[in-house]
Design a protein around this ligand. Structure first.
Ligand code: UDP
Length: 327
């Protein structure tokens, strides 16, 4: 990012948000990190709190927001993002995608700041084309359990474009595909934290459905690089870009890879497939390659190997907390 930029990151204490804050500080930006700490405890940013260019503001973006001074860019990442979290907080998820995005856009307009929306591959729903290019409109069930997230993000995209058309705001939309790395919550219910925790605890890995459904996993540092390239891209036109790793894998094969990188002898159990679980997911990243010169650098095996120590430590800490509570 440009040195000296003043950047607001909503959801800045979350998994991806905290990596963004860290990278922005390293790039010489001033960072305002805004978060309501609903799905994170704040520990993701503990190591940043003493940096003079870092400010944490505890605020729920579903409420109007005021910020003193100029802002060059808003990275709008606030939202529950794992299926377990958004099913647990369905109304809040809709509010943050709707009202939260509205408030963040209002702030961007007041400050004439570039606005980058963290959207999602979920806007494609259970896709009928694979891989998914940005011009695909998607196949979303508007009343299914996942709709609270999918439709909130589709609305967020619509209002983001409306602010561009009505007010000339400089906007970017990143459609973020499955991302993993350190600072994921071990209990967030997503496939990788589940498999890693189960493998490291010696419990069976839970495959939902047949395990033939696919996902494509992007390492978090690759995603952060793509987000920042998109945010600083100079053109005034809106840009909508898929960011993800196109290396597609079945959930069954991922389970085997996790067993391998953890050296675990856990078995596998099969559980029912959640409703509307997408059968395939793989980003078409030709646009990101062409416009941003971006391509993921971390192969999945390497990323999986490097994230094992994080999950091992996080599980030990969770275990310590549990035994202290029980004592
Ligand atoms: N999944 C699984 N076992 C788990 C958790 C998830 O088989 O313990 C499957 C889930 O049904 C989906 C895929 O893994 O097909 C990815 O799920 P995740 O919750 O990570 O996010 P999604 O990509 O569906 O948003």
């Amino acid at each position: 990012m440009q040195r000296g930029w003043r950047v607001l990151v909503t959801g800045g204490a979350g998994f991806v948000g905290s990596h963004l804050c860290e990278r922005l500080l390293a790039d010489g930006c001033e960072v305002l990190c805004l978060d309501n700490l609903k799905t994170s405890g704040g520990e993701n940013i503990d190591h940043l709190r003493s940096a003079p260019e870092f400010t944490f503001v505890r605020h729920d973006i579903t409420q109007p927001v005021f910020v003193e001074g100029p802002l060059d860019c808003i990275l709008h990442f606030a939202s529950p993002a794992s299926p377990r979290d958004y099913l647990r907080h369905p109304i809040h998820t809709l509010k943050v995608g709707g009202l939260g995005t509205y408030h963040a856009l209002g702030l961007a307009k007041a400050k004439q700041a570039t606005f980058l929306l963290a959207s999602t591959s979920e806007v494609y729903g259970d896709p009928e084309v694979n891989p998914q290019p940005e011009h695909y409109w998607g196949h979303v069930n508007p009343v299914g359990p996942r709709s609270v997230y999918d439709e909130a993000k589709r609305y967020a995209e619509a209002i983001t474009l409306a602010y561009h058309r009505a007010h000339g705001l400089r906007v970017r939309i990143a459609r973020v595909f499955n991302t993993y790395g350190p600072r994921m919550r071990v209990d967030d219910g997503r496939v990788l934290p589940n498999f890693m925790s189960q493998a490291l605890r010696g419990e069976p890995l839970t495959i939902y459905g047949t395990g033939l459904q696919t996902r494509s996993l992007c390492y978090v540092t690759d995603l952060v690089e793509g987000i920042l390239r998109l945010a600083r891209f100079g053109a005034p036109e809106p840009l909508i870009i898929n960011l993800g790793n196109p290396d597609e894998v079945t959930v069954g094969a991922l389970a085997r890879e996790v067993l391998e990188v953890t050296g675990s002898s856990s078995g596998i159990v099969y559980r029912p497939l959640p409703e509307d679980d997408p059968r395939v997911r793989r980003p078409d990243i030709r646009r990101a390659r062409r416009i941003l010169g971006w391509t993921p650098a971390v192969p999945r095996r390497e990323g999986l190997r490097s994230v094992v120590p994080y999950f091992r430590k996080a599980l030990q800490e969770a275990e310590c907390v549990r035994s202290r509570v029980e004592a």
